[in-house]
Write a protein of this length. Sequence first.
Length: 261
Amino acid sequence: MGGRHNKGGSLRIGVLGSVHRDILGQEEYFGGIVYNLLPLSGLEAYPITWAGRDKKEEFEELLSVLGVKKDGIFYCEKFNRNTLIYHGEERDEILEANAPEISREQIDFARSMDFLLVNFIRGDELTQEEFASLAGDGRMVDVHSLTLGVDKRGRRYPREIKEWFDVIVLFPFVQGNQRELHLLTGESGERAIRKLMNAGVEAVFMTMGKKGVLLGYKGKTLYIPAREREGDPTGAGDIFSGAFIRRHTDRGCLPFCALCS
């Protein structure tokens, strides 16, 4: 499938997932799909998410600054809270889940989008049947949080998700880091990418932190080095997927889009 191009009308780009409060040391800020939205600023982009009334004014101000649509925002009492503890490029996460599961109304709204990114946060927001109903052309999934279970204290831990393989491959575009794609496929490195492509995935993005991205496309793999940047790595993969979507819906050439993201 080629990219969908804007010819005479704006594409509706949806990002289905969770906005939460990231806590890093003494700092607290909006995270989750907010990072996906940053590169989509000014487009007809729709975050489809629960948001907490505890920070409603601050959150709506952020959405206005980003220039994204508010039609897909549903309010609950509090935002999810996610405490991040870094150990080099690896990190521990402790989740305080306050938002409800994704609703049927949100799923139906997500299905109406021209391009949709599904970005799990808790990993249990959708059943496999609900998730499969979102598949089709112009669909992308980030498997990061799907590969993380949550214990009784809220601490995230890696878990295999091989039982999700058959529904994940219904999506043309799949993103995850090396560990996450291993937990999905049971394979490592390029073998994980090839397994997904052989099952029908059009393009696989294996993010590798500061090393860049390994792209699987048309049966081949292409290494794309990262641009050198300093600073907090939180949300880097989400920003990449948002940037890819912006380029892909505009130009359509996958290697070019990934190189420019």
